[in-house]
Design a binder for this molecule. Structure first.
Ligand code: SF4
Length: 252
C-alpha cells in the first residue's frame, strides 16, 4: 500500500487494515453492480398511492420557462446570483456562494447549501467538511478544480445551518440547473439527502436512493452521504467509499 492509499484510508476510517500473520491477504471486494433506474409502466392506482404516501418536495420550476436564467452565460449567471434576493436566505447570509471548479468538468458534486465557513469565504465545501470532501476526491484520483465542479442546491447560507425550505430550494434551483446546462457534466454526485431529493424532485430516504444510478435529464446521478454527516457518523464512511468507487466504475 502506498502512502497516498494509507492517508486516504485513514481519513475514511478504513485504516489500519489488520491482517493476522500467516493469513492470506484478501482482495479488496469489488463493489456490487449498481441498480439502474429504468422508468417502467406502473399501474395508475399504485402511482397515486405512492404519491399520497410521499412527503412533498420543492416544486422546481422548469428552467426552460425561465429565459432570464436559461439564456445566461457564466459571467451573467454569476452576476445574477450575486445580486439575487429571490428568497429570504439572502437577508441573513454574508454573501452568495456560487460554486467553484472546472467549468467544463466531467464530475459535478452537489451539496445542500453553504455553512458558516462557506458563507465567510464565499466558496463551497471549505472547513472540516470541505477537507473531507477533498480527501474523498483525492481517494478517487480527483482534485478540486481539475475536472471537478462543486456547487450547492441553495447559494445562500440557511440560518443556523438548518435545511433549506422548499420555497428556498425552488427559488434557487434554476441557477444550479443553468450551471449544469453550462458544465454538461458526465456524472453528477449528490451529497446528502437535500441535494438528492432536490435533483430527483421526489422525497425518499438517503439509504433507499444510494447504490442506484439515477437519471438527471440524461446525466447519470449517484447519491452518497454529505461530508458533514460523515464527520458526525464516521461509521458510514465505508459506505461513502463504496459509492465513490462505484462512481469511478460508471465513469469508466
Ligand atoms: Fe437567491 Fe438562491 Fe440566495 Fe435565495 S438562496 S437569495 S434564490 S441566490
Amino acid at each position: 500500500m502506498n502512502v497516498r492509499d494509507e492517508h486516504v484510508l485513514r481519513e475514511l476510517n478504513l485504516y489500519p487494515l489488520w491482517v493476522r500473520r500467516g493469513m492470506p491477504v484478501q482482495e479488496e471486494p469489488v463493489p456490487a453492480p449498481l441498480a439502474i433506474e429504468v422508468p417502467e409502466a406502473i399501474p395508475e392506482a399504485k402511482v397515486e398511492a405512492a404519491v399520497a404516501k410521499a412527503p412533498p418536495v420543492a416544486e422546481i420550476p422548469d428552467i426552460t420557462s425561465l429565459p432570464e436564467v436559461a439564456s445566461l452565460d457564466w459571467a451573467a449567471l454569476k452576476e445574477k446570483v450575486r445580486a439575487c434576493d429571490a428568497c429570504q436566505l439572502r437577508a441573513t447570509c454574508t454573501q452568495t456562494v456560487f460554486g467553484v471548479g472546472d467549468e467544463q468538468a466531467d464530475w459535478l458534486f452537489v451539496g445542500e447549501g453553504p455553512g458558516a465557513d462557506e458563507d465567510a469565504q464565499g466558496e463551497p465545501f471549505v472547513g472540516q467538511a470541505g477537507k473531507l470532501l477533498d480527501n474523498m476526491l483525492f481517494a478517487i484520483g480527483l482534485k478540486r478544480g481539475d475536472n471537478v465542479y462543486i456547487a450547492n442546491i441553495v447559494k445562500c447560507r440557511p440560518p443556523n445551518n438548518r435545511n433549506p425550505e422548499h420555497d428556498e430550494i425552488a427559488a434557487c434551483m434554476p441557477y444550479l440547473q443553468q450551471q449544469i446546462a453550462l458544465i454538461k457534466p458526465r456524472l453528477i454526485v449528490a451529497l446528502g439527502k437535500v441535494a438528492a431529493t432536490s435533483l430527483l424532485g421526489r422525497d425518499a430516504t438517503l439509504g433507499s436512493l444510494r447504490e442506484t444510478v439515477h437519471d438527471y435529464h440524461g446525466t447519470p446521478l449517484i447519491i452518497t452521504y454529505h461530508p458533514a454527516y460523515l464527520l458526525r457518523s464516521p461509521a458510514e464512511k465505508a459506505k461513502a467509499w463504496r459509492d465513490l468507487k462505484s462512481a469511478v466504475e460508471i465513469m469508466r
